[in-house]
Write a protein that binds this ligand. Structure first.
Ligand code: MN
Length: 235
């Protein structure tokens, strides 16, 4: 597990994001975070702690509690463990420029192995990751219960999704629901909306999708601003 790619993409003199180290001990429970990221395209970054770093996927539509939804999740570079608390604005001109909210967080376990030690669960999770079929149980404020991350087979995925395309799917259990969980759009850490975080940290709401879900601070909305559509999804 390496943070080389993470570091290569960023200039830590110019972005408030953590430069990051690996977490040393793994005695405590494994943690996950979902960060809402108002970049060129609004998306949610789904991150699972494994081996002291955060395995990361960018989910354009965000997670769903409905087992019928299969949400595209593009695997991106590992992020440092410290990143899970990052909330603020990545300045323009930097990689992933835009405002980041800690949308959900909590502990998680390898499904069916919650009695095992954290270390053994990590081993199981890493093996599942390699196989492209990760089964987890989340204990967040918004996301609860069993989820699967399933890698789309090369033969199935089209050229545009490539090798990093996965699906995030809610498994059927008591926490499954048809309610749109992304309507809950405040930070679990600070209870702020994206617009409030942007205002507090020198940013502005970029995407219409982000602005639409934000009832407060309509003054930050600049409807005339063109959203560049040709750019690739920022991680
Ligand atoms: Mn992102």
């Amino acid at each position: 597990m390496s943070l080389t790619l993470y570091k290569k993409k960023r200039s830590f003199k110019k972005t408030p994001e953590p430069a990051g180290k690996k977490k040393s001990s793994s005695k405590s429970k494994l943690r996950f975070v979902v960060q809402k990221h108002d970049a060129t395209q609004l998306h949610y970054d789904f991150r699972l702690e494994m081996e002291g770093v955060l395995k990361s996927w960018a989910v354009p539509k965000g997670p769903s509690l409905n087992p019928d939804d299969k949400r595209l999740a593009m695997m991106v570079e590992d992020h440092p463990y410290d990143y899970r608390t990052f909330e603020g604005t990545i300045p323009e001109g930097n990689y992933g420029a835009g405002t980041v909210m800690v949308w959900d967080e909590g502990v998680y376990e390898a499904m069916g192995y919650d009695d095992e030690s954290t270390k053994d669960q990590e081993k199981i999770l890493l093996a599942e990751l390699k196989k492209g079929d990760v089964k987890i149980v989340l204990h967040g404020e918004k996301l609860k219960g069993a989820f699967a991350l399933v890698k789309i087979q090369k033969s199935v995925s089209s050229g545009k999704t490539g090798e990093n395309a996965w699906l995030l799917i809610k498994k059927k259990d008591d926490a499954a629901s048809e309610t749109d969980i992304t309507k809950k759009d405040k930070s679990v850490r600070t209870k702020r909306s994206l617009a409030q975080i942007a205002k507090d940290t020198g940013g502005k709401v970029k995407t219409k999708a982000a602005a639409r879900k934000t009832k407060t601070a309509p003054l930050l909305l600049n409807e005339s601003e063109e959203i560049p559509v040709k750019k690739k999804l920022r991680k």
